[in-house]
Design a binder for this molecule. Structure first.
Ligand code: FUB
Length: 302
C-alpha cells in the first residue's frame, strides 16, 4: 500500500545560478533515467530501481515513475510494474533493467528489458500499456523477432513514425515499429559510428539532426559520449564525451528539452557513497554550441 501512496519529495531550491542539488530522489535508489515531456506539461522520468542492501543488478525490480513541473519538486507515482506481473519472465524475478516509455494515439507504451530464463541470451523487451503516464500499466507481451539485447529506447520522428533501438550485451540495433508499437517491421539496422559503445543508447533530434547519447566502455568508470547523423539509422559520427565519469562504473541516461532548456539525466552513486548497484538519478542542464556540438556538462553534486 505504501508504494501506491503518492510521495512528494522536495529538493533544495535553486541557488542564484538556477542550480539545485542532485540526486532528484533520495528515498530509494534509482538508475538509467529515461525522461519525457508529455501533453500534460509535466516532465516524467522512467528509471530502473536498485535495492538496498545492495543485491546486485540481477535483483533489480519494481519500477517507479517520477514527475515534475518545475525541476525542483518531484512526485513519486509509486511502483508501476514488478516482475511478478510478467508471465513470460524468469521464475526468480529480478533483471528488470533500464526501461523507456513512449506515447501514441492516447496510449502510453512502457518498454522494459527482462530475462525470460537464466542465460544472457534470454533478454526480451516487454511492453506494458496504460492510458495514464504513471499508473495502471498492464503487461502485454514482448517484442517478437528482435535480438536478445537490453536498454530499449523508443524514438518518434517528426512524421509520427516510431523506432525501437536496443543495445548492450550486443551491438546497437534499430528497428521500425509498427503502428501498434509492439511489433517491428523490416530488417534490423546496425547502428554504426558509436565509437566505444557499451550500452544504453538514447536518441533525440535537434535542428534536423539525430543525436545518440551512449555510455562508453571506458574501463572502471563509463563516460557519456554522443554521436550525430543526418539519418535515423546513421552512420553516426562520434563527437566525444559530454558527461564525465561518476563514482560508479555504469553511465546511462537521456536528453530532453523542457520549458526552453535542454537537460541530460544520468545516474551516479553519491547517495550510497559510490555503491555500484545503489545508484541515484541526477540531471544537469546542457548547452549546445552554434555548430550543434554539446558542451561538457558540469555535474551538480550533493
Ligand atoms: O541498470 C542495469 C543496467 O546497468 C542497465 O540496463 C545498463 O544500461 C546499466 O546501467
Amino acid at each position: 500500500i505504501l508504494f501506491t501512496l503518492l510521495v512528494f519529495i522536495t529538493i533544495p531550491e535553486f541557488d542564484a545560478q538556477n542550480r539545485r542539488s542532485n540526486p532528484i530522489v533520495s528515498h530509494m535508489f534509482t538508475a538509467d533515467p529515461s525522461a519525457h515531456v508529455w501533453d500534460d506539461g509535466r516532465l516524467y522520468v522512467y528509471p530502473s530501481a536498485d535495492h538496498t542492501p545492495p543485491q546486485g543488478y540481477k535483483n533489480m525490480d519494481g519500477y517507479h515513475v517520477f514527475s515534475t513541473d518545475d525541476m525542483i519538486t518531484w512526485k513519486d507515482h509509486g511502483e508501476i510494474l514488478h516482475s511478478r506481473q510478467v508471465e513470460w519472465g524468469r521464475k526468480e524475478g529480478g533483471f528488470m533493467w533500464a526501461p523507456d516509455c513512449a506515447y501514441k494515439n492516447g496510449t502510453y507504451y512502457y518498454y522494459f528489458p527482462h530475462r525470460s530464463g537464466a542465460g544472457r541470451d534470454t533478454w526480451k523487451i516487454g511492453v506494458a500499456t496504460s492510458k495514464s503516464p504513471a499508473s495502471n500499466f498492464k503487461v502485454h507481451d514482448y517484442i517478437k523477432g528482435i535480438k536478445s539485447l537490453i536498454d530499449p529506447c523508443v524514438f518518434t520522428d517528426d512524421d509520427g513514425q516510431s523506432y525501437l533501438f536496443i543495445g548492450g550485451e550486443g551491438d546497437p540495433t534499430g528497428y521500425k515499429l509498427k503502428d501498434n508499437m509492439m511489433e517491428v517491421e523490416g530488417e534490423p539496422h546496425p547502428i554504426k559510428g558509436l565509437d566505444g559503445f557499451r550500452e544504453g543508447l538514447w536518441m533525440f533530434k535537434r535542428q534536423g539532426k539525430y543525436y545518440i547519447i551512449y555510455p562508453d566502455d571506458f574501463p572502471k568508470r563509463n563516460k557519456m559520449r554522443y554521436a550525430v547523423s543526418d539519418h535515423i539509422y546513421g552512420p553516426f559520427e562520434c563527437k566525444g564525451v559530454f558527461v564525465g565519469s561518476t563514482d560508479v562504473i555504469t553511465m546511462h541516461g537521456s536528453v530532453v528539452e523542457y520549458k526552453g532548456q535542454w537537460y541530460v539525466f544520468y545516474h551516479n552513486g553519491n547517495l550510497s557513497g559510490g555503491i555500484a548497484t545503489n545508484r541515484s538519478v541526477c540531471f544537469d542542464p546542457i548547452y549546445f554550441n552554434e555548430d550543434g556540438t554539446i558542451q561538457m556538462v558540469k555535474q551538480t553534486l550533493g
